[in-house]
Design a protein around this ligand. Sequence first.
Ligand code: XMP
Length: 320
Amino acid sequence: TWTMEAFIERSVVEIRERVGPSDRVVCGLSGGVDSAVAAALLAKALGPRVVCVFVDNGLLRAGERNAVAEAFGAHSNAELRVVDATEPFLRALDGVSDPQEKRIRIGHTFVDVFREEAKSIPGARFLAQGTLYPDVIESGGDRDGPAATIKHHHNVGGLPAELGFELIEPLRDLFKDEVRRLGLELGLPDSLVWRHPFPGPGLAVRCLGTINAERLEVLRQADSIFLDELRKAGLERQVAQAFAVLLPVQSVGVMGDGRTYENAIALRSVDTDDFMTADWSRLPHDLLARASTRIINSVKGINRVVYDVTSKPPGTIEWE
Ligand code: XMP
């Protein structure tokens, strides 16, 4: 019978058979569940021969970098390298407002930064990927065969083959719910295991129009207030994905005696199982009211908050 303990034991043996005593495994941490669980499993098998690389692209949500650092710093025996790459990413995005162009530039910058970091890891022979069983089917492999390709789709986590690593994919037999259980079993915190999916291009595709550090900070603050209110209402785990979007429009408002002319924030929350179709979450009005008041009172540059009531299709979950 299949148990999580047996799976872990078997994986540890397999990993140790494949990775030689002088080899090291590089794990790119994205902040998401899959890469974190893959890294935790590898760390259990190989300890400090696992090097986790987390690229801070300056497009992360509030607290994200710390959450990863906490889970893989003191509590893990893997090595953690946090690469502060805000500057190259913001430089690459300077003046760009087209969504696909943002993704392309972020993808290229990510590969450059990752390649540079990987160069400084002696003995790095393997690259870990958090590929799951559904990804394996999608790319034409099967449960027993080798994964033919690195996940390409729209994820910036997909690194090109010319980096020269051998792939190691310890989650390729698992479904998402099994990955979460495995993560908990390996001691990852609830907050990491249950987090909503977050797009690779991060806040860049939620900061509509052009991007700079100030606009990202406005978005980050509004987003963190919205999530805080969801959490307090006990709804964070009930919705599939929730976030704020900074709109590139200004509208008129009144604040005290004065007239304001500032940006608007859109709040988005969706219910879905597969992210292919989705419905907008029927959030309590009181929760929306609290989030709106807090955002307008405390986030400088925002004087209006709207709630997105578009389902998918015809809308997409993200705005870009
Ligand atoms: P859409 O907006 O297409 O999103 O309805 C469906 C799911 O995919 C995520 N998403 C992305 N994830 N890189 C990613 O890693 C991307 O470029 C990207 N675009 C959308 C989105 O957050 C949602 O979960």
